[in-house]
Design a protein around this ligand. Structure first.
Ligand code: DGY
Length: 329
């Protein structure tokens, strides 16, 4: 019997992932580290049984309507905004993701970004390399404190809660606003329910975004929201670039409506080198590496590979986003 065909959509995965998939499937490794073009994804959807993409690879209705053979997309990400889920479900394409294994890595990165801005780590590093450290004078790099400040969290799932846990160690007050109120987590982590978005924006010294990208959250932070934040406020975006209106972010930073931003995500990604945001000293930016500790990177890949093998060999599949799709196989 022909073995199921799986498309590993990048060439940079840990070899154990290809080896594991190869035990059960025919594996096609795309020999590139770049997002495949739409026409290639379209073509492969008719030729493969499984895809292992990154969470930024767009798998839209057009691709899914050509997915005559495709049974499973196993995103190597927790975010699944890259896939048109209703169409996938209708066409019998199961989607899985990688929850539960990246919260700590992402929460660490949230604090890395927050502190990088607050204590001027990246800017002072840049200045030293540019020859600007010529005298003992701390004043160009005076930073912001974290202790006794309010950390606001928008999106209080696994990552948001791990951030709250770390914030307690920094002696911060934590408030949050989310689709769902979580009284148990409030009690456990000492976090307060903000009640509404406006209160979250007004009271946060650091506003950290950890929500999924959905129709409700797309562009949710724009000019009006920046105007509600404190002038000393700092935005940390660990969610998705499109949650923030990027032009409004530029204007808010440029006019010092808020003190600064530290972002791991942007729209588009990668950020274009002539993006005006890159001219601003009150921005810290990293290349969407929130989950990217070496161990977590591989664990996410293995989790996705396991989902593919389970789905294609008839074993129970974990981390299903649209289990209803299986009824349409
Ligand atoms: C995720 O897991 O969603 C990360 O942002 C990587 O895409």
């Amino acid at each position: 019997m022909a073995r199921p065909k799986v498309w590993l959509m990048r060439n940079y995965h840990d070899p154990q992932i290809e080896a594991y998939l190869s035990e059960h499937c025919e594996v096609i490794v795309r020999q590139s580290n770049v997002t495949p073009p739409h026409e290639e994804i379209f073509k492969m959807a008719a030729e493969c049984d499984g895809f292992l993409p990154e969470g930024i690879d767009i798998i839209d209705a057009e691709v899914l309507n050509n997915a005559s053979r495709l049974k499973i997309i196993a995103d190597r990400s927790v975010g699944t905004d890259n896939v048109d889920i209703p169409v996938a479900t209708r066409n019998g394409v199961l989607l899985t993701n990688t929850p539960g294994i990246l919260q700590d890595a992402c929460a660490d990165m949230t604090f890395a970004l927050l502190l990088s801005f607050a204590r001027q780590v990246t800017r002072s590093d840049r200045d030293i390399r540019a020859g600007k450290w010529t005298v003992f004078d701390q004043t160009p790099w005076l930073g912001l404190d974290t202790y006794n400040k309010t950390l606001g969290i928008f999106g209080f799932g696994g990552i948001g809660q791990k951030v709250a846990k770390r914030a307690a160690g920094f002696d911060m007050r934590v408030i949050y606003y989310s689709r769902t109120r979580r009284p148990e987590a409030e009690a456990e982590l000492g976090a307060e329910w903000a009640g509404d978005m406006e209160t979250l924006l007004r009271e946060s010294d650091y506003l950290c975004l950890h929500c999924p990208l959905t129709d409700e959250t797309r562009g949710v932070i724009g000019e009006a929201e920046f105007a509600l934040m404190k002038p000393s406020g700092v935005l940390v975006n660990m969610a998705r670039g499109a949650v923030v209106q990027q032009q409004a972010l530029y204007e808010a930073l440029e006019a010092n409506v808020i003190a600064g931003a530290a972002i791991d995500v942007c729209d588009p990604e990668p950020m274009l080198i002539d993006d005006p945001l890159l001219t601003l000293d009150n921005l810290v930016i990293t290349p969407h590496i929130g989950s990217a500790s070496a161990a977590t990177f591989t664990a996410m890949g293995m989790m996705a590979a396991r989902s593919i093998v389970a789905a294609l060999t008839g074993e129970p599949v974990k981390n299903m986003v649209n289990p209803e799709a299986m009824a349409n196989w």
